[in-house]
Design a protein around this ligand. Structure first.
Ligand code: S3P
Length: 174
């Protein structure tokens, strides 16, 4: 059966380790469309890993770099699915940029323990999640901001990123 695709542009948000990148990969493939990962775009434009950038310039300057890259990326017309960094959506100016460019926002919501397992087993160095207590606090602070997204998908145990991508396609794109 051909994939349905109504041409919407989607920005995936949610906490570190929730699976934004893998959901975006499956979703793009189901929709036969292209995706971008904002973290990857930043790493390519800066020539360093996100962790190296944050460690060298600090989180405030990193947020400015992130917003600059977001401003640039939203003007491109060669992709449909954008996976954000876990903090991108938490800044009002970034939410404004996404809305102004017609993105529908999708919050991938899982428990902290689910995210933490992925963080702990991933090889990716996440400066804002180098210890569990700090990460949990950030997770709790951010819930009220993630829930400003247009759509909310709860990742229940037993669901994998392909299942979530299929749900998103069925609910948002059909
Ligand atoms: C961040 C999440 C990271 C990355 C940076 C900051 C955050 O992306 O953008 O380390 O503030 O939550 P992932 O959510 O892809 O790990």
């Amino acid at each position: 059966m051909p994939a349905t695709n109504n041409g919407l542009k989607v920005a995936l948000t949610g906490f570190m380790g929730v699976g934004k990148s893998s959901v975006s990969r499956h979703l793009a493939s189901l929709l036969r469309s292209k995706r971008l990962d904002l973290d990857r775009v930043i790493e390519e434009s800066e020539g360093k890993s996100i962790a190296a950038i944050i460690d060298s310039v600090g989180i405030e300057k990193y947020r400015n770099i992130e917003t600059d890259n977001l401003r640039h990326v939203v003007k491109r017309d060669d992709f449909q699915i954008l996976s954000l960094g876990g903090g991108t959506w938490t800044l009002e100016r970034n939410r404004e940029i996404l809305r102004a460019h017609g993105f529908t926002s999708v919050w991938l919501d899982a428990t902290f323990e689910h995210c933490w397992l992925n963080i702990a087993f991933s090889r990716k160095d996440r400066p804002l999640a180098r210890n569990k207590d700090g990460a949990r606090q950030l997770f709790e602070e951010r819930q009220k901001i993630y829930c400003l997204a247009d759509w909310h998908f709860v990742i229940r145990s037993g669901l994998n990123s392909y299942d979530i991508a299929k749900q998103i396609r069925e609910e948002i794109f059909s």
